[in-house]
Write a protein that binds this ligand. Structure first.
Ligand SMILES: [Zn+2]
Length: 206
């Protein structure tokens, strides 16, 4: 007891005050609160998916194609198996071949009908081993874009878009697009978009 009483008080002791530990001066700031939210309170790990996403955003393709490819790589394409996983009571068989389960990897790269469409592409032999090598669709897309030149990577994206459209036409409109038509539609989409961009550029230069 004597020791306690004899203990000198810290000479500069002040009254209690609230201290914001995220700033060195103890004062609250919006900047540090925002940083706290982003880094510690919110679990942002699901936003961070590894990959060379720039490859997609740099593609010279219509925006709808770019967005579709991004959705595929983020695994949020509403294929039948994905819908089932989300609790939708629907068939899971591939609408194009009626044999295998419809996930994005099968539908776009492994389905026999889709393979026929890819085989019409003049650089398919250059990238076909990539289609077979990877089990993750994101890897197939990134690796394929990496080995292709500008024009080819654009058509690659448009063919993916056209196969997805073929699938949607089959399911929602009960229309069967011929495989040759699917391939030509991809080329036409790219040509029309490229021409429109050139006209737009000329107008801007005038
Ligand atoms: Zn199929």
């Amino acid at each position: 007891m004597e020791h306690i009483v004899a203990t000198p008080l810290y000479p500069s002791e002040r009254e209690d005050r609230l201290v914001w530990k995220k700033e060195s001066n103890g004062e609250y700031s919006v900047r540090s609160a925002y940083r706290l939210c982003m880094n510690e309170l919110l679990d942002t790990s699901h936003f961070k998916v590894e990959g060379a996403w720039d490859l997609i955003w740099r593609l010279k393709v219509p925006p709808r194609v770019r967005t579709l490819i991004w959705r595929i790589c983020r695994n949020c394409l509403p294929t039948r198996t994905r819908l089932r996983d989300k609790g939708v009571n629907c068939a899971t068989v591939c609408a194009l071949c009626n044999v295998d389960e419809e996930d994005s990897l099968h539908l776009l790269f492994r389905c026999p009908g889709s393979r026929n469409i890819w085989s019409m592409w003049n650089v398919f032999s250059v990238v076909s081993h990539i289609f077979d090598q990877y089990q993750n669709i994101k890897d197939i897309i990134f690796e394929t874009i990496k080995v292709l030149s500008n024009g080819d990577e654009s058509l690659f994206g448009c063919i993916i878009w056209s196969i997805w459209k073929q699938r949607n036409n089959k399911i929602w409109k009960e229309v069967t697009d011929a495989q040759g038509f699917v391939f030509d539609r991809a080329k036409t989409l790219l040509q029309d978009w490229t021409s429109a961009k050139m006209i737009q550029k000329k107008i801007c230069q005038q």
